[in-house]
Design a binder for this molecule. Structure first.
Ligand code: BJW
Ligand code: ZN
Length: 247
């Protein structure tokens, strides 16, 4: 902790790269954790691909609206807040997230969304943005079907504004993520299983340009043999910020 706190004090550009583990303490389920992960109960191929949406729009839309409602009811946790606080202490902080919630923003720090957002639905046919109304219908349990709204321009179905498997990451966030990873001197990887590409390339890019990479996760696994590993929940980020900068 002391060594990493010192690197934090000296860093010119810090990148924080987050995954579902960071929002788990706000009550948002991760994807792959045993027993609690979203995909313990649902097959991603049935919900998180464009083919799945076209095959059963109501099942897919109902699942995403259930998740969007959960996010709207959730609050940023101490990790989101610690990351926002860190921005006040370092010369430059870029937050890159795979998360599709808005908890970093609500904690006060703008982020690069690699995998889109639950809050920016669009037409599956013409791509027009659709204003997200408050979720409605019976969303009491997950697995409920809900007919998606229709596009005002072409009558196509409205889809969630997230990036599904087999889809390209949106250009601007992906390029911004690469630029940040290539130009930082300290890179934190927090609460992600690191199995989804191309996002999982970012810590390796940072290592490749000589940055210090710090991995925080309750479950130990390596992304290379060169990163520092802090085993434990994402709240280690709060402890690090305190250690480096005090209150
Ligand atoms: C805590 C904690 C606490 C818990 N504190 N930590 C074969 C090889 C390589 C690649 C591929 C392949 N086959 C297919 C691909 C490509 C594919 C891919 O990567 N697949 C792999 C899974 C194999 N990628 C794509 O398709 C991407 N596009 C692409 O490649 O385009 C090019 C292309 C185009 C056309 C054809 C082919 C290629 C797009 C990927 C989009 C991913 N989208 C999702 C769903 C978003 C929508 C939704 O929300 O439903 O994004 S997948 C899902 O995983 C979601 C997440 O952002 C992403 C990452 O998950 P994350 O955040 O890591 O969560 P978990 O649950 O995995 O991990 C949580 C971690 O937290 C765990 O480690 C816990 O221990 C930890 N934790 N509590 C700290 N308190
Ligand atoms: Zn349309």
């Amino acid at each position: 902790m002391k060594l990493i706190a010192k690197r934090l004090q000296e860093a010119k550009h810090v990148v924080v790269f987050t995954g579902a583990g960071v929002s788990s303490e706000s009550g948002i389920p991760t994807f792959r954790d045993a027993l609690t992960g979203l995909w313990e109960r649902f097959d991603p191929a049935q919900l998180a691909t464009p083919e799945a949406f076209r095959a059963d729009p109501s099942l897919c839309w109902g699942w995403y609206e259930w998740r969007r409602q959960k996010v709207l009811q959730a609050q940023p946790n101490e990790v989101h807040l610690a990351i926002a606080e860190l921005a006040k202490h370092v010369s430059k902080l870029t937050v890159v997230t795979q998360n599709v919630d808005d908890l970093h923003e609500r904690a006060g720090k703008g982020v690069i969304h690699l995998h889109g957002s639950l809050h920016s639905p669009r037409c599956i046919d013409c791509g027009n943005a659709h204003e997200a109304a408050l979720p409605s219908g019976d969303l009491s349990k997950h697995g409920c079907r809900l007919e998606p709204p229709r596009c005002n321009s072409c009558e196509g179905y409205i889809r969630p504004g997230v990036v599904w498997f087999g889809e390209m990451l949106p250009d601007a966030p992906w390029t911004a993520g690469l630029t940040a990873a290539d130009s930082c001197d300290l890179f934190f990887l927090i609460g992600t299983s690191g199995v989804v590409y191309p996002a999982a390339e970012l810590p390796l890019r940072a290592l490749g340009t000589g940055a210090t990479v710090v991995h925080i996760n309750p479950v130990r696994f390596e992304i290379s043999s060169q990163e520092y590993f802090l085993q434990g929940p994402a709240s280690a980020m709060q402890a690090l910020t305190l250690e480096a900068f005090g209150r």
